[in-house]
Ligand binder design. Structure first.
Ligand SMILES: NC(=O)c1ccc[n+]([C@@H]2O[C@H](COP(=O)([O-])OP(=O)(O)OC[C@H]3O[C@@H](n4cnc5c(N)ncnc54)[C@H](OP(=O)(O)O)[C@@H]3O)[C@@H](O)[C@H]2O)c1
Length: 280
């Protein structure tokens, strides 16, 4: 049975499903199979990027699913090496070609790469690409409050989404608060902190036992209740299903608070501080 997923309305009036599907590091046939089963389970937001080198495989899965174009949404990301205006336009055109689509539903800038200092040019390109209809919604990824302020001050246009590392070990309280200023939707990458120790925390196992659900489902439900849009990756159809099936139960306020209290200043999974970590 296909799981029905509620949606969030973005600051540009479009909507996104409240849970999406991450595709990194799926590639080739494993990616085709993974995305196809995710679509069968009910995921309707698929997250890819130029740098994942899997856009062709994602496109193949979308075609093979037989779903009409308006039944699903696709996000891609402009890599650091494409931060000039013309480079960003060509980057998005390349993503569309590889995916076999005529528009992207959400296009983001993958990392700010502040030492290069050209993310503002890529942002201007996205504003124009939206105007041309090649992308429906525009956003950023791994932007700090200061990076957000820079592009909003320069253009008057706020991103609809900021996709950032967010999980109970790194709950991003102050950035989420900053997002409220511009009504930016917080999207969470590595929402399960790639699991590991997290599944064994008492703040996770307690609610999992009480509710009779997987530890990962507790963490994903925490995302939903704090207003974060998680994009978990799984190659397994069973885990894809339990990761999406998080709308039929609720955590108490105390359970949410206990999960948030797992946060720590060095809680990032590989220390990727957007001020210093750059990806080309
Ligand atoms: N914007 C960025 O800079 C950025 C950076 C990193 C990631 N991302 C995006 O975010 C997506 C998700 O992040 P992520 O893949 O790093 O981390 P994640 O979704 O937190 O964790 C994925 C890992 O958890 C396992 N897993 C998934 N569901 C599980 C479950 N129910 N129980 C136990 N294990 C489970 C998966 O293994 P199995 O496949 O074997 O289930 C996989 O090893 C990526 O796929 C990518 O699309 C974006």
């Amino acid at each position: 049975m296909t799981i029905e997923v509620p949606t969030h309305t973005l600051n540009d009036g479009t909507t996104l499903p409240a849970v999406g599907f991450g595709t990194y590091p799926l590639k080739g046939q494993e990616c085709v199979d993974g995305v196809l089963s995710a679509l069968e389970v009910g995921y309707r937001l698929i997250d890819t990027a130029v740098n994942y080198e899997n856009e062709e495989a994602v496109g193949e899965a979308l075609r093979r699913s037989g779903l009409p174009r308006d039944a699903y949404q696709v996000t891609s990301k402009i890599p650091g090496r494409h931060h000039g205006y013309d480079e960003a336009v060509a980057s998005v055109e390349g993503s569309l070609e590889r995916l076999g689509l005529d528009h992207l539903d959400l296009q983001v800038i993958h990392w700010p790469n502040p030492s290069v200092g050209r993310y503002g040019e890529a942002w201007r390109a996205l504003i124009d690409l939206k105007e041309r209809g090649l992308v429906r919604s525009i956003g950023v990824s791994n932007f700090t409050e200061q990076h957000l302020e820079t592009i909003v001050d320069a253009t008057g246009v706020a991103p609809s989404v900021n996709q950032v590392e967010l999980h109970p070990y790194y709950p991003q309280a102050s950035l989420r608060k900053a997002h409220e200023r511009w009504d930016v939707r917080t999207e969470a990458w590595s929402p399960l902190a790639r699991v590991g120790d997290l599944a064994h925390e008492a703040a996770v196992t307690g609610p999992a036992e009480r509710l009779g659900v997987d530890p990962a489902a507790v963490v994903l439900r925490w995302h939903v209740q704090i207003g974060s849009l998680p994009i978990p990756k799984s190659a397994s159809p069973e885990r894809q299903r339990s990761n999406l099936d998080v709308f039929g139960f609720e955590l108490t306020d105390d359970e949410v608070a206990a999960l948030t209290a797992l946060g720590r200043p060095d809680g990032r999974i590989f220390g990727a501080d957007p001020e210093t970590h750059e990806e080309m």
